[in-house]
Design a protein around this ligand. Structure first.
Ligand SMILES: Cc1ncc(COP(=O)(O)O)c(C=O)c1O
Ligand SMILES: [Mg+2]
Length: 245
């Protein structure tokens, strides 16, 4: 049995300093969506909403090449290049778990020549149909986790991955989860006391953790957190943390 550290990354506002699903809206006429489409957004799951946006872009002449160029405008989060450079090492396995989609993530990883860093990308599958319209599907359909969207529970994905690796002879001595959003709380809660939940400062996961710490009434979810919380602003801070583990 070989022992490694697992680095699990969120994508939007973690690896990249933007939300790819919001950035793509710049390709809409005048960079704006009609109100009828905006009204379809739902916090419990935005896959269908994104599918409608891709149809609207296609109707307005947006092609695969325009999407590629639009994704190429997005920058990595500060210090991420240095962190991902360390993540390439034999000591680590790195995965992405994101509620964006496979096409955006592939475009961006290829753009930064980072595809080989990650052994697996878990996200909603997306591909172009024969008319050139980007079609997106749910990663899975779940009703067991109220902290996650209906199409993607990051905690279940993380734990299934760890189990699968174990049955293939790889056991992780520690898991370091790097994220920013409310949808990163569920995977954080699946971690043990030896693991780290890295919450991006000023973003919603960090706000949620801090609010629960200050509040007198126990948040049933946040108070069950066992992992050590590491606040981060730059990927370099996480790189420094890894070098000390
Ligand atoms: C439309 C949309 N896309 C994507 C995300 C987050 O994706 P990720 O899991 O990559 O951070 C959010 C988060 O609220 C969202 O509202
Ligand atoms: Mg995110």
């Amino acid at each position: 049995m070989s022992e490694k550290i697992l680095l699990a990354f969120d994508f939007d506002h973690t690896i990249i300093d933007d939300n790819s699903d919001i950035h793509i809206i710049n390709l809409a006429p005048n960079g704006k969506l009609p109100q009828a489409i905006k009204d379809q957004y739902d916090d419990d799951g935005w896959t269908e909403y994104m599918g409608t946006i891709f149809e609207y872009l296609h109707e307005n002449g947006v092609q695969e090449e325009n999407i590629k160029q639009n994704m190429a405008e997005i920058k990595l989060t500060e210090g991420m290049e240095k962190l991902l450079d360390l993540a390439k090492g034999d000591k680590y396995d790195s995965i992405i778990i994101s509620d964006s989609n496979s096409h955006f993530i592939e475009c961006i990883l290829e753009n930064f020549k980072l595809s080989s860093v990650f052994s697996k990308v878990f996200t909603n599958p997306a591909s172009f149909d024969d008319k050139g319209c980007l079609k997106i599907k749910f990663y899975h359909k779940q009703d067991y986790c109220s902290l996650s969207t209906i199409n993607l529970c990051k905690g279940r994905i993380l734990q299934d991955f760890i189990k699968d690796r174990k049955s293939n002879g790889v056991e992780y001595s520690q898991v370091v989860y790097v994220g920013d959003g409310s949808n990163d709380l569920c995977p954080g809660l699946t971690l043990g006391a030896q693991d780290y939940l890295c919450a991006r400062k000023g973003f919603s996961l960090w706000k949620k953790l801090n609010k629960a710490k200050k509040s007198k009434t126990k948040d049933e979810f946040v108070h069950s957190l066992k992992a050590q919380v590491f606040e981060w602003q730059s990927g370099e801070e996480i790189k420094d943390l890894l070098e000390k583990l």
